[in-house]
Ligand binder design. Structure first.
Ligand SMILES: CC(C)(COP(=O)(O)OP(=O)(O)OC[C@H]1O[C@@H](n2cnc3c(N)ncnc32)[C@H](O)[C@@H]1OP(=O)(O)O)[C@@H](O)C(=O)NCCC(=O)NCCS
Length: 211
């Protein structure tokens, strides 16, 4: 089980709360927002409100452990900036944490379009994946890049993911092709080494002491 909240240097991840619904609606209504699990195509205001409520209902449902495995199936978490802790800036999840036959563990996220490009999804992914690989015995996680989401593909690549194939699914009657990626534990830690804050150079400090 994960200990929440998870704190990083600029962000923290916490459980979602019903009080996040207006913020989810606001993010999903912002021009440029695209996350197929919440909005698709020209969703109406009512459809977005419905999706935001359903989204939150799912987040609450999945807080309970699976009665068969006694493990929690999903972690659906709010991304919050430490400097602005009142409201979430995005969302991140790992689904199928516990092993269910035929299901793959997958990471998903979205960030408020007005806050994109600041490294939020990268930091949030690392906070969650560090814990995932630390507390679980799984050696990899899947990621699915939705069509027209180059930023998402770029993040997975930065984290060390490898392309694993293409998958075509039908969304609202329209076929859409996703890039499937796999992120292995060793690749992840190797790739993210250079993204982590550098520790003070011990040798240089020591040399300084001897001067
Ligand atoms: C994907 C998403 C979460 C990224 O959030 P973010 O906080 O802006 O991401 P980051 O700032 O951490 O990193 C974005 C990276 O993509 C790059 N990028 C942004 N737009 C890009 C584009 N059009 N083409 C290529 N790379 C792009 C950025 O330069 C950055 O890489 P860098 O650090 O090497 O410069 C956000 O764009 C989003 O919410 N998209 C819609 C939902 C989605 O696609 N979710 C993923 C599917 S599960």
């Amino acid at each position: 089980m994960l200990k929440l909240p998870i704190f990083g240097t600029g962000l923290f991840l916490r459980e979602m709360a019903y009080s996040d619904i207006p913020r989810i609606y606001e993010i999903a209504s912002t021009p440029g927002f695209c996350f197929n699990f919440l909005t698709s195509g020209n969703a109406t205001k009512e459809a977005i409100i419905d999706s935001a409520e359903h989204f939150m209902f799912e987040a609450y449902e999945t807080k309970k452990p699976d009665p068969l495995t006694n493990l929690r199936e999903c972690y659906k978490l709010a991304i919050v900036e430490i400097a602005n802790p009142q409201s979430m800036v995005g969302f991140i999840s790992i689904d199928e944490w516990s092993e269910r036959r035929g299901k793959k563990r997958e990471i998903r996220y979205f960030v408020d379009p007005r806050e994109q490009g600041k490294g939020i999804a990268t930091e949030a992914s690392m906070l969650l994946l560090d814990r995932f690989f630390e507390v679980s015995s799984f050696d990899h996680i899947a990621a699915s890049v939705q069509p027209g989401a180059p930023a998402s593909q770029r993040i997975f690549e930065k984290l060390g993911a490898r392309p694993a194939g293409l998958q075509t699914v039908t969304v609202n009657g329209t076929p859409e092709t996703y890039v499937e990626m796999s992120l292995f534990r060793d690749d992840y830690f190797k790739a993210t080494e250079k993204l982590r804050p550098q520790k003070p150079a011990a040798r240089r400090t020591l040399g300084f002491m001897f001067l």
